[in-house]
Design a protein around this ligand. Structure first.
Ligand SMILES: [Zn+2]
Length: 178
């Protein structure tokens, strides 16, 4: 199996709630450490391979593949993740503004609040990205179904029994994003 397939199969395997929480906590701690290193050193191009980069960041190849999965939409030219082997050469230039936005979108406060952002993006830029994010949350809000209508995610459950709580959490994250 290719690295991306392995990563997906790990994240999609059957887990109890405790295993799930433990898995993501461990992953997110490692992910945060990688982001810190990249942002603090302004090492804004990921160059090498899954194998060499996982050594650089001292994580397992699967963990680094998960990291790539997360950052891919914030690269100037997203990688063809599915086709990567551990030794396929990769070069991914990080689009800082996209990354900062996507960290808000993922509600990853511990990432968009990293100190390094203060030197990487000006205060005005950060503010305008936050505003764009808030705006997008408001638009999503207007499109939402009523509590008893079918959920907009296509699950065929009622909205209140499905994504309502998640959407409300997103609203709260947007309100406190400053
Ligand atoms: Zn739903």
């Amino acid at each position: 199996m290719k690295p991306y397939e392995i990563w997906k199969s790990i994240t999609q395997r059957e887990m109890t709630q405790d295993q799930y929480n433990a898995f993501w906590k461990e992953y997110l701690d490692k992910e945060t450490a990688i982001y810190k290193e990249i942002l603090e050193n302004e090492a804004l191009t990921l160059k090498g391979s899954i194998s060499s980069l996982s050594e650089t960041f001292k994580v397992e190849e699967t963990t680094f593949t998960g990291f790539l999965d997360g950052i891919n939409s914030s690269l100037k030219h997203p990688l063809a993740l599915e086709s990567l082997e551990t030794d396929t050469p990769i070069e991914g230039e990080i689009d800082l503004e996209a990354l900062y936005y996507n960290m808000h979108d993922a509600k990853a406060k511990w990432l968009y609040n990293l100190n390094a952002w203060e030197t990487l993006l000006s205060k005005e830029t950060r503010k305008s990205i936050k505003n764009d994010f808030r705006q997008s949350v408001m638009i999503k809000k207007e499109d939402r179904p009523g509590r008893n209508d079918p959920c907009h995610c296509g699950s065929s459950k009622k909205y209140k029994k499905c994504c309502l709580a998640k959407d409300e959490a997103a609203d709260r994250a947007a309100e406190t994003a400053d």
